[in-house]
Design a protein around this ligand. Structure first.
Ligand SMILES: *[C@@H]1O[C@H](CO)[C@@H](O)[C@H](O)[C@H]1NC(C)=O
Ligand SMILES: *[C@@H]1O[C@H](CO)[C@@H](O)[C@H](O)[C@H]1NC(C)=O
Ligand SMILES: *[C@@H]1O[C@H](CO)[C@@H](O)[C@H](O)[C@H]1NC(C)=O
Ligand SMILES: *[C@@H]1O[C@H](CO)[C@@H](O)[C@H](O)[C@H]1NC(C)=O
Ligand SMILES: *[C@@H]1O[C@H](CO)[C@@H](O)[C@H](O)[C@H]1NC(C)=O
Length: 383
């Protein structure tokens, strides 16, 4: 009897000892699982059902996001303003318009062509002209009295971005303006007004050119003075000729933090680098704050294939039906890196998820090309 009781007591003691160990092991395994689920979020939703029949959302929702670093007070303030603007639906307007904003040194050589483009569409667009060198002489009624107060623009410097912001600020005054198009004096339209209007109005993204260039004319221009707000991994490049939705235009107005980084540390000659603010500020900024809200290509075509300092410029004799047809049928965007490899990054131009031709406008054309363009306009805009 005594022996049996002793054995029973021993067993009892052992199970008492084993229980907490078991629980600790279980808890440990559970914690390990949680950590691994946090670090590597499950790819397939079936994995999430282990915890909840409602799926992954529950598991990831109550875990705070991993911040890659601690934000400064200014960043926190800036990001909350941006988030608020992005999440506020734009008020419905009875008469949505497109703002065409021209950035030019002086007179616009293609006003007669633009006049043809705008004719018959009064009330659906507004024109703004920023001429940085001399007062322009206008020949089209759509351009007369549309000059805004302008200042000098120095190539490569922040004054270029300031001129873009001045145009946006003026155009934002009109609550009907819903999409904002930046154009140069050497830009021409490739399609009818209706085509351009529908292309821009019936999508919820802005067409901002943006890509990662690991070469000297891309990341090579990045300065660590931009830290902590702008990290090298966020640095992007793109042509300045954007089109912006109204909320994106507002965000550009609201930003001072990121703007000041580029104003102070992205300029020709700083630290032996030739940073061009207008090629980096807007692409980098939108890539950081709303990457899914931009197309990553510009709707203004330009041909850099000759790889010279300036893009190809078209003379009067270059302007043929075939040339325009070629440009308007391109439906992939190509970015070429500036490193030795000259890598081509090719992406389909997706408009609301559907592959479509990329371009609405083109540059650069010599002024003498206007008559040929006018002759062709009625033909090529029927593509
Ligand atoms: C744009 O609209 C599509 C649906 O048409 C939606 O899936 C997408 O999230 C929207 N994008 C933005 C940036 O609002
Ligand atoms: C643009 O590129 C960014 C970053 O590569 C990407 O997250 C975003 O989805 C792209 N935009 C569109 C509309 O595909
Ligand atoms: C454009 O025209 C110039 C002469 O005006 C000629 O030298 C050049 O090859 C042409 N370029 C193309 C792409 O046709
Ligand atoms: C148009 O594209 C075709 C095919 O890529 C090319 O052979 C031709 O030279 C181009 N013509 C012009 C005028 O650019
Ligand atoms: C424009 O189209 C008309 C009719 O289709 C044609 O007769 C004319 O030659 C075309 N013009 C040019 C410059 O291609």
């Amino acid at each position: 009897m005594g022996k049996v009781q002793l054995l029973a007591e021993q067993r009892h003691a052992r199970t008492q000892l084993r229980k907490p160990v078991w629980i600790m092991v279980l808890i440990f395994v559970f914690i390990l699982f949680l950590i691994s689920a946090y670090v590597h979020p499950p790819q397939s939703s079936s994995a999430c059902y282990i915890f909840s029949s409602r799926g992954c959302k529950v598991l990831t929702d109550w875990l705070p996001p991993i911040p890659s670093r601690e934000y400064t007070d200014e960043e926190i303030a800036s990001r909350i303003v941006i988030k608020e603007i992005l999440s506020t639906p734009s008020p419905e307007t009875r008469n949505p318009k497109i703002a065409f904003m021209f950035l030019s040194p002086g007179s616009l050589p293609f006003e007669r062509l633009w006049d043809r483009f705008f004719r018959g569409h009064e009330g659906r667009f507004t024109v703004y002209v920023h001429s940085s060198k001399e007062k322009p002489v206008h020949v089209s009624r759509y351009f007369i009295n549309r000059d805004i107060r302008s200042e000098q623009v120095i190539w490569g410097k922040i004054s270029m971005v300031d001129a873009e912001k001045r145009l946006l600020a003026n155009a934002l005054h009109d609550p009907n303006n819903q999409h904002f198009v930046l154009l140069s004096d050497s830009c021409v339209p490739l399609h009818t007004f209706d085509y351009v209007y529908d292309y821009l109005m019936h999508t919820n993204i802005s067409f901002v050119d943006c890509f990662t260039d690991p070469g000297p004319h891309g990341n090579g221009r990045y300065s660590e003075h931009m830290l902590p707000e702008v990290e090298k991994k966020d640095f992007r490049k793109g042509a300045q000729w954007f089109t912006l939705k109204r909320k994106h235009a507002l965000i550009v107005m609201a930003d001072n933090l990121y703007y000041s980084k580029f104003r102070d540390y992205c300029k020709p000659g700083l630290d032996g680098k030739n940073c061009i603010a207008d090629e980096h500020y807007i692409p980098t900024f939108f890539n950081m704050i709303d990457p899914g809200g931009i197309a990553n290509w510009s709707v203004t075509h330009v041909d850099w294939s000759e790889r010279k300092w300036h893009p190809k410029s078209y003379t009067a004799e270059n302007v043929t039906y075939e040339l325009i047809k070629n440009i308007t049928s391109i439906d992939v965007s190509i970015h070429v890196t500036s490193n030795e490899k000259h890598e081509e990054q090719i992406m389909p131009c997706l408009w609301n998820g559907v592959k479509r031709p990329c371009y609405l406008f083109a540059r650069k054309f010599y002024p003498e090309a206007q008559d040929n363009l006018l002759d062709l306009f009625s033909n090529y805009t029927t593509f």
